[in-house]
Design a protein around this ligand. Structure first.
Ligand code: ADP
Ligand code: AMP
Length: 216
């Protein structure tokens, strides 16, 4: 199964990706996670990406696409993958389509996580990520009183780009650059919308119900 998750920042893509990928036994490939790992590791890619990420802008396409091409060429992605945060604009979507076509492949499904702006702002304001296992939490919705990950005991951190002004800019970038993907993939007839409100497990159930008919 070759899947893409789209939706605004804070829609729950990373949260759902971890459960969906595990249910389908495919790797979750998050471009945001790969960039953040490079920033932490102090690589040249990380240094370059950080200047864009700190502003809430997209990292240039040629850098992002080269990184995704390398990641999709790895062994664990040969029988399927779940992309979270890529593509982020129509140019990236077209290159992904051509790259897969060259390999004799195509996307099976694009899930759009649908949630309104007020909810997105609430979710991003309380987002915390585990520095050890990467699991995503929310200070209020998960009732996190300490900064420890309930899954592995790692320390939780708040993302630099979850500051209010940066969040506002990221939402604008989403509307201008990423939202057009919804009609792009609708035209390709591989888009399914999923109501991403309500408890995490309920959203996962809706997502799995949407995916099932597309499974070989
Ligand atoms: P995205 O990857 O789309 O930016 P995340 O998966 O990081 O979004 O989720 C953003 C925040 O919202 C996190 O703090 C997460 O715990 C919380 N969250 C995700 N799904 C839900 C949900 N269904 N209900 C409440 N909070 C949620
Ligand atoms: P995310 O973790 O998906 O919210 O992404 C965090 C940041 O990483 C974004 O605001 C961008 O700066 C960068 N990023 C992630 N994915 C992409 C992409 N496909 N294209 C360009 N920049 C990206």
């Amino acid at each position: 199964m070759r899947l893409v998750l789209v939706g605004p920042p804070g829609a729950g893509k990373g949260t759902q990706a971890q459960f969906i990928a595990s249910n389908l036994s495919i790797p979750k490939i998050s471009t945001g996670d790969i960039f953040r790992a490079n920033v932490s590791g102090g690589t040249d890619l990380g240094k370059l990406a950080k200047t864009y990420m700190d502003r809430g802008d997209l990292v240039p396409d040629e850098v992002t696409i080269a990184m995704v091409r390398d990641r999709l060429s790895e062994d664990d992605a040969q029988d399927g993958f779940l992309l979270d945060g890529f593509p982020r604009n129509v140019a990236q979507a077209e290159i992904l389509r051509d790259m897969l076509k060259d390999w004799g492949l195509a996307l099976d499904l694009v899930l759009e996580l649908v949630v309104d702006d007020d909810e997105v702002v609430r979710r991003l304001a309380g987002r915390r990520t585990c520095s050890q296992c990467g699991r995503i939490w929310h200070v209020d919705f998960d009732d996190k009183k300490d900064d420890r990950c309930d899954a592995c005991g790692g320390t939780l951190f708040q993302r630099d780009d979850d500051k209010e002004e940066t969040v506002r800019h990221r939402l604008e970038v989403y509307q201008q650059q990423t939202a057009p993907l919804v009609s792009y993939y609708a035209a390709e007839q591989i888009l399914v919308g999923v109501d991403a409100t309500g408890p995490v497990e309920e959203v996962t159930r809706r997502a799995m119900d949407a995916i099932r008919p597309y499974m070989a």
